[in-house]
Design a protein around this ligand. Structure first.
Ligand SMILES: Cc1cc2nc3c(=O)[nH]c(=O)nc-3n(C[C@H](O)[C@H](O)[C@H](O)COP(=O)(O)OP(=O)(O)OC[C@H]3O[C@@H](n4cnc5c(N)ncnc54)[C@H](O)[C@@H]3O)c2cc1C
Length: 462
């Protein structure tokens, strides 16, 4: 019997000892009846992603008397981080490496995993309604639902059918699952021709460096496979994006003849049948910012693969909870804490917060741990200072792979602090590594990227 198999049996033993049922799950009782039954120590977490799974484990680690239930609509976990390496055909990242089951950590840490979609939240009655697991009561509710796409505001003339068509033919792949698989298949099967990558045009969006890492990794694939084609980035940021100088240095050095970056564009249409994208290209920042379309050139471009990433907004779950949010749906926070500004029994973590910290998996882990401290203190009637440990150096460390052979990466670190404006804020630094020969990228940073990912998966799943 292999070591791996033996470990699995060991885990099954833990399962029997530690498994707990969800706080209260019912399909028949009325909401009011259910609410009465919450144990007083029931924490229900909406979303089993980076924030939610960290929270569940951390709460159980800190206080075994807390009953924790994670409600997640998907039945498999897939990672967005390092998915660009998979798209780009790097041998070090297979689909297997990106996917996990939700059961093992639930069994090991003794929290309950409920696979269902949350459709309503009643803060007065303190319960949530799910599609298949009835009504679940809570004492404290944690929201870690992530993002949603905002095609509607960005493309007001597109109807629902057009949006569905573009979303499926030109998958954004900022949310894991079919979108990544569809994009991967398209890239794998492409003929000579171009790949278009459209980063979100405006506003806060998930993982600011992601579209640019993807650009490098798809270019790597094109080079590796000898495809005659380019990766064309249709951006709005004129080169001023996350790790911008580091990306542009690497692109020029490694894929100068493959990557074409256009800094001031506006997407007008995508014809998915003809595989054509129509956009305006503005000559400079001023004409773009003024929206001076007379000065812009209209371009109709054929593509092989189009990765159109629309603007982001917060998942509708924050609206469902009827808590205070900003215009894009991100939760307004109670000072420097991860508590909602509206309700002392509702916490929000991950990308869904309105703190001025970057929406990343690493930030979600960092925030979930802080929020868990705050929740454990609240449940046990103890004080917690939300400014504790601030400023936090290197609270977010985010790597991007920029080269495939050899693997080389760049990085940014963020210090998070209590901003005088009353929210958490992050200040970034893009260092040049000691082994980089004066460049932003290095093999050592590439190795650190893999170590970071493995460490993160241990945080969520071990
Ligand atoms: C291509 C790409 C590369 C990235 N690279 C990095 C990186 O290198 N480093 C890094 O730190 N971060 C990276 N990120 C960012 C990272 O993936 C996100 O910031 C992180 O996943 C946010 O965690 P979260 O818990 O807020 O959301 P998620 O991890 O998205 O989890 C939200 C969960 O909520 C569930 N959910 C939503 N609504 C409901 C509902 N109604 N009922 C039940 N469940 C629901 C969803 O199914 C989902 O599983 C990358 C992202 C992308 C897209």
């Amino acid at each position: 019997m292999s070591m791996e198999r033996r470990d699995l049996f060991k885990l099954a033993g833990v399962a029997a000892a530690a498994a707990v049922l969800p706080a209260v799950v019912t399909t028949s009782a009325s909401a009011a009846e259910v609410a009465k039954k919450a144990s007083g120590k029931s924490v229900v977490i909406v979303g089993g992603g980076w924030g939610g799974l960290t929270m569940a484990k951390e709460l159980r680690k800190q206080d075994k008397s807390i009953e924790v239930t994670v409600v997640e609509k998907k039945d498999i976990f897939m990672s967005c981080p390092i998915s660009s390496l998979y798209l780009g055909g790097l041998e070090s990242v297979t689909l297997d490496k990106l996917t996990y089951d939700f059961y093992a950590p639930a069994v090991k840490h003794g929290y309950s995993f409920v696979q269902s979609e949350v459709t309503a939240i009643d803060r007065k009655a303190k319960n949530i309604t799910t599609t298949t697991a009835g009504v679940i009561a809570y004492d404290i509710l944690v929201l870690s639902p992530g993002i949603a796409y905002d095609y509607e505001t960005q493309f007001p003339t597109w109807d629902a059918a057009k949006i569905q068509n573009v979303a499926q033919a030109c998958p954004a792949a900022l949310m894991p699952g079919s979108e990544h698989l569809a994009l991967k298949r398209q890239i794998d099967n492409m003929d000579d021709g171009d790949v278009i990558i459209v980063p979100p045009a405006a506003g806060k969006y998930r993982c600011p460096p992601a579209p640019y890492e993807r650009t490098a990794m798809v270019a790597n694939f094109i080079k590796q496979e000898g495809i005659k084609g380019k990766v064309i980035v249709l951006d709005t940021r004129g080169g001023k994006f996350a790790k911008g100088a580091a990306f542009q240095e690497s692109w020029a050095d490694l894929f100068g003849d493959i990557i074409e970056y256009k800094g001031f564009t506006k997407i007008l249409d995508v014809d998915t049948a003809k595989k054509e994208i129509t956009y305006l290209e503005f000559p400079d920042a001023a004409t773009y910012e003024e929206g001076d379309e007379d000065e812009a050139k209209k371009v109709v471009k054929k593509y092989q693969v189009c990765n159109l990433i629309p603007n982001n907004k917060c998942s509708p779950v924050t609206k469902m909870a009827d808590i205070k949010t900003n215009g894009a749906g991100y939760a307004l926070m109670d000072g420097y804490s991860f508590r909602s500004a509206s309700d002392k029994n509702v916490y929000v973590i991950g990308d869904a917060v309105s703190h001025g910290i970057p929406p990343s998996g690493q930030t979600a882990i960092w925030g979930a741990k802080r929020a868990a401290n705050q929740i454990v203190a609240q449940i046990n009637g103890k004080a917690n200072d939300p400014k504790e440990g601030l400023p936090a150096k290197a609270a977010n460390v985010c790597y991007s792979m920029v080269g495939g052979s050899p693997e080389e990466a760049i990085m940014v670190t963020h210090e998070f602090s209590a901003d005088p404006s009353g929210v958490l804020n992050g200040a970034g630094n893009v260092p040049k590594p000691a082994d980089g020969n004066g460049k932003f990228r290095s093999k050592g940073t590439g190795k650190a990227l893999h170590e970071w990912f493995e460490g993160s998966m241990r945080e969520l799943f071990s």
